[in-house]
Design a protein around this ligand. Structure first.
Ligand SMILES: Nc1ncnc2c1ncn2[C@@H]1O[C@H](COP(=O)(O)OP(=O)(O)OP(=O)(O)O)[C@@H](O)[C@H]1O
Ligand SMILES: [Mg+2]
Length: 249
């Protein structure tokens, strides 16, 4: 079954066609990576899927249902979650408090209200479990302003796991990390996937993409340039040219 399907999805910003006519399906329990040069439209594609922005044309189906007109909070309640390219924690809070703040309590649509919901012991324990799951339970009491980026990247994943999503959309979860940290978080993504979560991963770290993905899709100038098995896709001359062209420019 396709857990997610986009059909001829397009979105422009002013004169810039950020996503052009993208038709892409993700199967239940798949780990699909979406790669492509800077500005290729990867983040825009994820924002269209979550409903953060509407498409100009095209259709989005989640769990077999057309959700093109369904608002963002309702899609989140269906079981999708996105971690953002840039981590923006609540700096004055501990990692544990950052996770409890994401827990919802009917405040799905009201992030500010959820901030003022005082976490009970059960929430605090649950936050600790989620931080344990991503490997930083020991740091639950540390302030978000003093921990390394790798901790914040993991905390961000713990936050979205609080809603128990079936479909995880991860926007560059390895960006800015060193080799060993990137490898560990990639391993975590594999474990989450093997635990039953479908993953759409956006990453520039092609070594890890190659290592962990079931399938790779390439966006270039907003359009789908290639999709298939990781090694085959990354070896394709047109895919290499898309990257090299942008880097040279
Ligand atoms: N809100 C916006 N307003 C105007 N233009 C935008 C907006 N969001 C994205 N764009 C443009 O759309 C194109 C695609 O941007 P997007 O952020 O989706 O690329 P990306 O593949 O995620 O790039 P990166 O790898 O750098 O994160 C770019 O040309 C970008 O400048
Ligand atoms: Mg991006």
């Amino acid at each position: 079954m396709d857990l997610l399907k986009t059909t001829s999805l397009s979105r422009s910003f002013g004169g810039v066609a950020a996503v052009r006519n993208v038709t892409l399906a993700v199967k239940d329990r798949e780990l699909l990576s979406v790669i492509g040069p800077n500005g290729a439209g990867k983040t825009t594609l994820l924002k269209l899927i979550t409903g953060q922005i509407p498409p100009d044309t095209g259709r989005i189906e989640l769990f077999g249902r057309d959700v093109t007109a369904v608002p963002q909070y309702a899609r989140a309640q269906m079981g999708i979650a996105l971690t953002h390219q840039i981590v923006r924690p609540f700096r004055g809070m501990t990692l544990g408090e950052n996770v409890t703040a994401a827990m919802g309590h009917g405040h799905f649509n009201q992030p500010v209200a959820s901030l003022f919901h005082r976490p009970g012991a059960a929430d605090t324990a649950r936050a600790r479990e989620l931080l344990d799951l991503v490997g930083i339970g020991h740091a639950a009491g540390r302030s978000a302003s003093e921990v390394p980026l790798g901790y914040l990247k993991r905390m961000q994943i713990a936050r979205v796991l609080a809603t128990d999503p079936k479909l995880l959309l991860l926007d560059e979860p390895l960006a800015g990390l060193n080799y060993s940290e990137a490898g560990q978080i990639a391993d975590l993504i594999v474990r989450l996937n093997e635990g039953g979560r479908t993953v759409v991963l956006i990453e520039h770290n092609l070594g890890e993409v190659l290592r962990i993905s079931h399938r790779v899709a390439v966006l270039d100038n907003g359009a789908l340039l290639a999709e298939g098995l990781p090694a085959e896709v990354i070896a394709r001359p047109d895919v290499r040219a898309a990257y090299l062209g942008k880097e040279a420019g």
